[in-house]
Design a protein around this ligand. Structure first.
Ligand code: SF4
Length: 152
């Protein structure tokens, strides 16, 4: 099978989430097992530790809950993850919704209160600008039975 998708590592079951957890999505795990998708976590590729403090995007900057500016780290990880996806021939992505790296459509609003605002994560933006089709675990690609691209 051809690798078409790059997927958020946490959706593939990798324990790369800030709190050491994951967000396993059965359809995504199946794609990886079938050799049709590769997982990547931009925050791990940036060298950020697990666990780490949660981060949110506010006015273009990535801030961790203690106020540190991690914008450069997130950008570096996102660029590495984009390059990984491109080098493997991926043209579409299935991304964890709401994340400051992977979310698109609506993301956490920077207040660490679970509130959402329109926006896109750092990696999602790079993927979109590079021409990738973007999907999420809540809007899976039509070939996986989802409704396709769209907002939450
Ligand atoms: Fe999942 Fe993306 Fe966050 Fe990594 S950066 S834990 S892949 S949502």
């Amino acid at each position: 099978p051809r690798i078409r998708y790059v997927v958020s590592g946490c959706l593939a079951g990798l324990a790369c989430r800030y709190d050491g957890g994951s967000n396993p999505c059965a359809a995504v795990i199946r794609l990886v097992e079938e050799g049709r998708a590769i997982p990547a976590c931009p925050e791990s590729l940036a060298g950020l530790p697990v666990p780490r403090l949660p981060c949110e995007l506010a006015e273009g900057s990535v801030l961790s809950r203690d106020g540190r500016d991690l914008t450069e780290d997130f950008l570096r990880g996102a660029q590495l993850a984009l390059r990984t996806a491109q080098s493997r021939g991926c043209t579409a992505a299935i991304l964890k919704s709401r994340s400051p790296s992977c979310g698109f459509g609506r993301i956490y609003d920077g207040t660490f209160s679970r509130a959402l605002c329109p926006g896109e994560g750092v990696w999602a933006r790079l993927l979109r600008e590079a021409g990738f089709a973007l999907f999420s675990e809540e809007h899976l690609p039509p070939e996986l039975g989802g409704k396709g691209e769209g907002e939450d």
